[in-house]
Ligand binder design. Structure first.
Ligand SMILES: [Zn+2]
Ligand SMILES: [Zn+2]
Length: 441
């Protein structure tokens, strides 16, 4: 058992709270663990500071919950729960046995919001994997994974930005085998990344918080593992090439498994909102297909420009097993192999190729296909005043950010017009949810 020192204190970023406003907990994405250092002065806009005095409000309490930057959705969701509630992270006996890692993780002396309950619910905001983590957490709460007190209504609202709910083709471009996930191709970017993570985990006790992989349950640090073990993991990673790691969780296969298990089904008391970024456009008219090419480019997002181009041309027919959306588009054909082979020529819409450099837009919308959930797709954020949209629980409100990459809104604070508008609007949204909820009870 490891007792946290810097973990549960230094990562806190708490403004003065107010009893009547539910705190906002922010969950970062893959490799994200910087908290407010990068996210910047968003709180000024979240609180709409000019209006605070007028309405007599105080600043909303905002906290960053630290979860494993490369952990699986399940592990991240457990870490998120205990980061908020406090106590020793418990991944579950069955899960730990199935995935061959320790049942318990780090002990958190002080939770970010120990009084968290149905009576004192939270707003949750997630970027990228952070968004998918929150949905996973709500599913665990629904199944009372953390005991009798667990309840999905502990989450008042879920807001996501560029979340890969339904997987992304980028993971295959980075190294995941298209025919044998979770195996990773040697000498790929994904393979190299796994080696970096193992070295960071090995040196964990010496690492600064931003490079802390929270991999305590895997006993990978030099306090628990020999140099020989490290080299063996560098040769072939038991973690990265498992079904309990981020890369597999963002495959279409894993997303299909989650949905088949009922994950992502809406809870009637929770308010849902997703922000969908897109930096590509359809190939010129006359090209006869729905493939996409990058439409915006600057030095800051050059890597995303390259990845968005690759994703916009991805051949879904190479995937085995064929993803459910390819099978669904085969008009009822039940031959999986043939459905996969025909994926390109079948009725896949351009939303499978349109992307933000990391996640295709159909995956950012919400879990489950539109026909299997409740959703309202609203027009481009730049074209409307979002503050006029009334909150409604139990349905996804989907907003599109045009000419935006995976990192245009968060986490890098540049005080852009888009960022200022996003946070101001989110503040209005959270306040209107609270008003709406008060009227209902
Ligand atoms: Zn696990
Ligand atoms: Zn939809």
């Amino acid at each position: 058992m490891t007792v946290a020192t810097h973990y549960d204190q230094a990562s806190l970023h708490i403004a003065e709270g107010h009893d009547e406003e539910a705190p906002l907990v922010i969950v970062e994405g893959f490799l994200g663990s910087t908290g407010s250092i990068l996210w910047g002065k968003f709180e000024d806009y979240l609180n709409g500071d000019g209006e605070i005095v007028k309405e007599g409000r105080r600043r909303r309490k905002v906290v960053f919950a630290r979860v494993g930057p490369v952990s699986s959705l399940h592990d991240r969701a457990c870490e998120l729960y205990y980061a908020v509630k406090g106590g020793q992270v418990d991944y579950g006996e069955e899960h730990a046995r199935l995935h061959v890692h320790g049942r318990h993780g780090r002990s958190l002396l002080q939770g970010l919001y120990p009084e968290w309950s149905v009576a004192k619910p939270l707003h949750l905001l997630g970027h990228s994997m952070g968004g998918a983590t929150i949905v996973k957490l709500q599913d665990l709460l629904k199944h009372k994974y953390f005991g009798e007190g667990s309840h999905p209504d502990m989450i008042l609202s879920i807001s996501t930005i560029s979340a890969p709910f339904r997987g992304t083709q980028l993971v295959y471009s980075l190294g995941e085998r298209t025919d044998a996930a979770p195996l990773v191709r040697p000498l790929s970017v994904g393979s190299l990344l796994a080696k970096v993570v193992h070295v960071a985990s090995y040196l964990a006790p010496l690492m600064p918080p931003a490079l802390d992989m929270l991999s305590d349950s895997r006993n990978l640090s030099f306090r628990h593992a020999s140099v020989l073990t490290l080299f063996r993991q560098l040769w072939k990673s038991d973690w990265a090439e498992s079904r309990d790691a981020t890369p597999f969780d963002v495959t279409f296969e894993a997303a299909d498994e989650r949905e088949a298990n009922g994950e992502g089904v809406l809870c009637p008391q929770t308010y849902y909102r997703s922000h969908v970024a897109c930096m590509t456009e359809r190939e010129p008219a006359g090209s006869g297909n729905d493939l996409h090419v990058p439409s915006c480019k600057d030095a800051f997002t050059y890597a995303l420009y390259l990845s968005s181009g690759v994703m916009g041309q991805f051949d879904f027919s190479t995937l085995r097993p064929a993803p459910s959306f390819a099978i669904a588009s085969s008009h009822g054909r039940d031959d999986v192999e043939q459905a996969g082979e025909r994926a390109q020529e079948l009725a896949l819409g351009e939303e499978y190729w349109a992307n933000d450099g990391v996640v295709p837009i159909f995956s950012q919308w919400h879990p489950l296909p539109c026909q299997d959930t409740k959703c309202r797709h609203l027009s481009d954020t730049s074209a409307r005043d979002l503050t006029n949209v009334a909150p409604e629980p139990g349905i996804w409100h989907v907003y599109h950010e045009r000419d935006a990459s995976h990192i245009s809104v968060v986490p890098f604070w540049m005080a852009t017009e888009r960022q200022c508008a996003f946070w101001k609007d989110l503040g209005c949204w959270l306040r209107s949810i609270e008003r709406h909820r008060r009227q209902r009870v």
